[in-house]
Write a protein that binds this ligand. Sequence first.
Ligand SMILES: N[C@@H](CCC(=O)N[C@@H](CS)C(=O)NCC(=O)O)C(=O)O
Length: 207
Amino acid sequence: MRIYGDLGSGNCLKVKYIADALGIAYDWTDVISGTGATRTPQFLALNPAGQVPVIALDDGRTLAQSNAILRYLARNSRFIPSDDFLAAKMDEWLFWEQYSHEPCVAVARAHVVYRGGTIADRDPAIVARAEAALDHLDRALDGRSFLVGDTMTIADIALLAYTRLSPEGGFDLRTRPQLLRWIATCEHELGLPALGNAAQQQEQAHG
Ligand SMILES: N[C@@H](CCC(=O)N[C@@H](CS)C(=O)NCC(=O)O)C(=O)O
């Protein structure tokens, strides 16, 4: 399998996290978004939507949309509940992530990290939606180790990617203790460095 992705993108990192966690062998091709690399005829042949991540299977079939890729790579694994209702609850979070979390948390971060903007001149409407999304997650994690059931699912992986990077976009996780605890747990489970040490990131972001 080959993964086409950008290691600065949470959508792409999700795919790397699950492939690494499951020990799935892959080759990685950097396709850096915002450089035109997703608009070449070669890339559009892989994903006509012109977005990373994309995976290409050994038989030539391709699959885009990060959460669809997560679902495919994690099939029959411990990261998808065997109980149908819990699997649907996991999907509930995957859809919420794409509609109510990524479009604001990731977009605010992109403004600061990639578009030369500052934390001060982020779009207030996007910031308000992102703050509400982070609060929602924090509340949902109260008394729970993971979002669905008692073990990590791809719902956690999908939401971890951009939540973990959110301090780069100016979001303060220090006021969201459940979120911080969950990030640390997920990082530990996935063998990731403790980027979720948000207190430290916050010092860097706000001085
Ligand atoms: N819903 C898609 C979103 C993918 C997406 O927005 N990818 C961005 C990078 S994070 C991209 O490739 N943008 C095209 C570009 O910048 O050229 C997914 O979850 O995979």
